[in-house]
Design a protein around this ligand. Sequence first.
Ligand SMILES: NC(=O)c1ccc[n+]([C@@H]2O[C@H](COP(=O)([O-])OP(=O)(O)OC[C@H]3O[C@@H](n4cnc5c(N)ncnc54)[C@H](O)[C@@H]3O)[C@@H](O)[C@H]2O)c1
Length: 426
Amino acid sequence: MPLRNKLTSNESVVCVIGLGYVGLPLAEAFSKTLKVIGFDIDSERLKKVSKNQSNQNLTFTDNAEAIRQADFIVICVPTPVTASREPDLSYVRQAATLAGRNMKKDSVVILESTVYPGVTEEVIRPILEKESGLSCGADFKLAYSPERINPGDREHSLEKIIKIVAGMDEPVTELVADLYRKVTPFIFKAKDIKTAEAAKVIENIQRDLNIALANELAIIFQKIGLNTRDVFEAASTKWNFHRYNPGLVGGYCIPVVPYYLVYKAREAGYHPQVILAGRMINDAMPGQVAAITIKALNNMGKVLKGSRVLVMGLTYKENVADARETPAKALIKELKEYGVEISGFEPQLDTDDLKKEFDIELCHDLEQVKKTRVDAVILTVAHTAFRQLSLRDLKAIQNHDPILVDIPGVFNADEARQAGFFYRTL
Ligand SMILES: NC(=O)c1ccc[n+]([C@@H]2O[C@H](COP(=O)([O-])OP(=O)(O)OC[C@H]3O[C@@H](n4cnc5c(N)ncnc54)[C@H](O)[C@@H]3O)[C@@H](O)[C@H]2O)c1
């Protein structure tokens, strides 16, 4: 039966390769109407995702031969950067190799991972052709559809956001659009695969640069004694001023994706400046926050060596349970260089999970901190749990002359000062 008819009658089989933050929700969403095979090479991950899974349409496996059942193969594997900040396509290559060795004729391979323009057609396609012995176009089809979900953001869930799709030609784009219509009614058909790849990377780059500008302005305003948020509030009254808040930037997308386009641009003989300037500023923010904290301790006459600083919020952003690519690590590293003693508190994660990531004392709750007390508190992210705290709660865990470095600006500066805090924000 032709693929289109199979899709219309919900008889198509989808294989999602890579069951992480992107792949698992996608597999679950497709499985509401289609048979889905979730394939991952990490057996621990498979054990975790299989728990509480009762959907008959969705099966999980680490056996690559299962890919052969699929009409649509969707690749959702990581795309990090190497230590020298070059695109690391090893996961994508490995996934394409496994797909190529096991795919059947007439299937459609869709890449969802974030990549620079050209990866689908110039990296994935030759691997698929070599490993399968099939010819792209005649024997199988190729497409790209970037993932835009935003962890911790319930408003913009998979079913509610516009899905960009692009196939190797118009009929493939139409077919892939129909596949994703099983998940969301909001489809945008991009002109071609490279356009869709480029669209995804610039979404992240624009955000990185906007935050970098806010961070640079925060540094300037701090130096000249202005409150950044007051300035932004005033400027925001202009119809075309876009407000971004200063802060730490972490995670897998924003600090990583710009390097993908930088790589492609260099290959084309152009050396990006604005994009890299944004990266430099945002990468330097943990150092800025460490310096603010050290100056605060000094201002309050506290001896740096041995001072106890509590870092509240160890995840890479608010309300997510993920501390892997968190800027809190760089902040802690900077602070340690001054000889201060660091402890951490993260209500989103189990302390056992955190131990794998951080070499610091980890607190289960603020009651525990109360017993030993600290000399300063740094609030890194605006978790809902932190927003529910009062200044009194933060004072109760500190020694004399409490210090609050409130990066996301959860508390009102005047109220904090009136409550006796030495208060700093970005
Ligand atoms: N996390 C996000 O919010 C987000 C948002 C938009 C786009 N993206 C992009 O989506 C892609 C995937 O990101 P993620 O956050 O889901 O990653 P992740 O690390 O959460 O999950 C990736 C999964 O892929 C598996 N994997 C790795 N190599 C494999 C292989 N060869 N075969 C099968 N499975 C393999 C890993 O075991 C892991 O379970 C990346 O390109 C990322 O940039 C992520």
